[in-house]
Ligand binder design. Structure first.
Ligand code: 5RP
Length: 229
């Protein structure tokens, strides 16, 4: 059966939020790539906005189209931040890190006056489900210590070091860190996950975006809808 890609429709709606002069953050993934292309087709916007991104691929695409891309280190505040995700619930808690850049994505989301998730309806669930892992970025020296701490904290969870598809090695993030997927059999209460994980030394950030998004643009067979928590 042919599956319809609704992401371009979600990206078209996202474009309508952006005004001249805005400082805009962009995450990673194919939905965001659609948004970059939509923006690039409106020269008056493309030339007047500044953009920060968490993703190497998104940055390359932005540069190809001549956007004014700022160094994240020089940015403290954004008008809007758009990002895709792998799953999100009715409160707009989101699980991310398909691209392994969730630490920077979360930083940009925290800078934004409005953080808007953009995605297709297949990712929208009543309650987050453990069909998607919670991913942690950790410093390499902490690998064994963090694995031991996690196994004690969540005895039923399966831990999987993110490995490269192309070579026989671990994925190393742009900042030289590792990614560890935590596969829960059932999620602990979602409010407790980040506080528990972030007290473990060596863990930089988790891919659970808890109570961060202000809105979500969802595209599906019935059209495009915008929801708030
Ligand atoms: C990157 C992400 C992506 O936003 C997520 O994987 C969704 O990607 P796509 O828009 O290609 O479906 O979380 O860290």
């Amino acid at each position: 059966m042919e599956t319809i890609d609704y992401k371009p429709e979600a990206a078209k709606k996202a474009l309508t939020y952006i005004q001249k002069g805005h400082a805009v953050g962009l995450g990673a993934g194919s939905t965001i790539a659609h948004l970059v292309k939509e923006l690039a087709a409106v020269p008056a916007l493309r030339e007047s906005i500044t953009v920060a991104t968490a993703s190497f691929n998104t940055r390359l695409l932005l540069q190809e189209y001549g956007f004014n891309v700022r160094e994240t280190a020089a940015v403290a505040q954004l008008d809007l931040h758009f990002d895709g995700c792998d799953q999100f619930d009715r409160q707009l808690n989101a699980l991310k890190s398909g691209g392994g850049v969730h630490t920077l994505e979360k930083l940009l989301a925290a800078m934004a006056t409005r953080f808007i998730l953009v995605g297709d309806g297949s990712k929208y669930v009543q309650k987050l489900l453990p069909t998607v892992p919670v991913v942690i970025e950790l410093i390499p020296d902490a690998l064994s210590f963090v694995q031991q701490a996690l196994q004690r904290l969540y005895p039923d969870a399966r831990l999987q070091l993110r490995l490269s598809n192309k070579k026989d090695g671990a994925v190393i993030t742009e900042r030289g860190n590792l990614l560890l997927d935590i596969w829960f059999t059932a999620f602990p209460p979602v409010a407790e996950i980040n506080p528990q994980l972030k007290t473990i030394p060596g863990i930089l950030e988790t891919s659970l975006f808890y109570q961060m998004a202000h809105e979500a643009i969802i595209a599906g067979k019935d059209g495009v809808t915008v929801v708030s928590p």
